[in-house]
Design a protein around this ligand. Structure first.
Ligand SMILES: NC(=O)C1=CN([C@@H]2O[C@H](COP(=O)(O)OP(=O)(O)OC[C@H]3O[C@@H](n4cnc5c(N)ncnc54)[C@H](O)[C@@H]3O)[C@@H](O)[C@H]2O)C=CC1
Ligand SMILES: O=C([O-])CC(=O)C(=O)O
Length: 341
């Protein structure tokens, strides 16, 4: 945080440039007591751009909030009861709503195997958000992201408040992993490894574009490709039944929220990879796609093209689009057939 000490009435006061009174930013976490929710909430509490942190979960929200609220940063932290009015209050006035609520994988499961449980959780939370925070940026973490994001879109459409610029599937972890894995191979600093990853967030829908990086020689490295596409499986296997990535995901989610806040607070040129309602492949029936997106005060300002692809990458993209189309349709069909109450 940049802070300035200024003389006011003869005394020195500390003023935070990054979270001035003009930039009040309420951030809500739905699923705040979970494996991702807790460290994510912790990281948000450490972010001076967040002024008001609202924590909601069907169990344990107030406890996590009481704990985090003792951290000596300026933001307020409030935990909400697991009731419809608690949920509505958690959402009211939010600029950003992060949704890590939902069950994680166990070994042997695909992300799609989570659909039956998580689709209705996300649908119901989306309804509450559409009612209480219709203008918020909605950041969907719950899997399968390729289907849960279209579910949120359908709910917001049904409520007449859909703004495609404000709905994001969080795919940040895929680029975080890609840059780390490349740095391990190249013995470099991961901060210098900007690897573009496009498509979606599961298996073959995750398409890294090494041809566009400073290491085009990595195109065709099957082992690396497998790690990037199936990095989540590595963690699921290592946790051996105790869930999936939580800590790296918390970092990735906090990074994405930080980028949105920076852009909202006037910083130019902030880009993040994210799964959004995208024009790029609509002509092929694929309505959502992850690519680099320039963020601004209104959310997704500019969706960047995937750029030039190597022939092998084009094949990966073709396989991605075929899967993605089915994943998206599954989410849309779910809402049509199960509109809920
Ligand atoms: N987008 C991504 O890159 C990643 C996504 N994930 C996904 O994130 C989700 C959460 O994972 P974990 O935190 O590890 O799971 P977890 O089981 O540890 O935590 C989930 C939390 O959601 C809460 N919850 C369930 N239903 C709720 C509801 N209706 N309202 C509010 N809270 C509710 C639970 O009480 C629990 O505290 C999973 O679906 C997982 O697959 C995980 C890692 C990466
Ligand atoms: O693999 C999972 O189930 C969780 C996830 O999305 C990831 O770690 O990328």
């Amino acid at each position: 945080m940049f802070a300035a000490r200024r003389a006011v009435s003869g005394a020195f006061q500390t003023r935070a440039f990054s979270a001035s009174a003009r930039d009040l930013s309420k951030v809500t976490v739905l699923g705040a007591a979970g494996g991702i929710g807790q460290p994510l909430s912790l990281l948000l509490k450490l972010n001076p751009r967040v002024t008001d942190l609202a924590l909601y979960d069907i169990r344990g929200g107030p406890g996590v909030a009481a704990d985090i609220s003792h951290i000596n940063t300026k933001s307020t932290v409030t935990g909400y009861d697991p009731t419809p009015s608690g949920l509505a209050a958690a959402l009211k006035g939010a600029e950003i709503v992060l949704i890590p609520a939902g069950v994680p994988r166990k070994p042997g499961m695909t992300r799609d195997d989570l659909f039956n449980t998580n689709a209705s959780i996300v649908r119901d939370l989306a309804k509450a958000a559409a009612e209480s925070a219709p203008n918020a940026n909605i950041l969907v973490i719950a899997n399968p992201v390729n289907s849960t994001v279209p579910i949120v879109a359908e709910i917001f459409k049904a409520k007449g408040v859909y703004n495609p610029k404000r709905l994001f599937g969080v795919t940040t972890l895929d680029v975080v992993r890609a840059s780390r894995f490349v740095s391990e191979i190249k013995k470099s600093d991961p901060a210098d490894e900007n690897i573009t990853v496009v498509g979606g967030h599961s298996g073959v829908t995750i398409v890294p574009l090494f041809s566009q990086s400073s290491h085009p020689d990595l195109v065709g490295n099957a082992e690396l490709l497998k790690r990037v596409q199936f990095g989540g499986d590595e963690v699921v296997k290592a946790k051996d039944g105790a869930g999936s990535a939580t800590l790296s995901m918390a970092m990735a989610g906090a990074r994405f929220a930080e980028s949105l806040l920076k852009a909202a607070q006037g910083q130019k040129g902030v880009t993040e990879p994210t799964f959004v309602d995208s024009p790029l492949y609509k002509d092929q029936g694929v309505d959502f796609f992850a690519s680099k997106v320039e963020l601004g005060p209104d959310g997704a300002e500019k969706i960047l093209d995937v750029g030039k692809l190597d022939a092998q990458e084009q094949q990966l993209l073709d396989a991605c689009l075929a899967d993605l189309k089915k994943n998206i349709e599954k989410g849309v069909t779910f809402v049509a057939q199960n509109p809920g109450n």
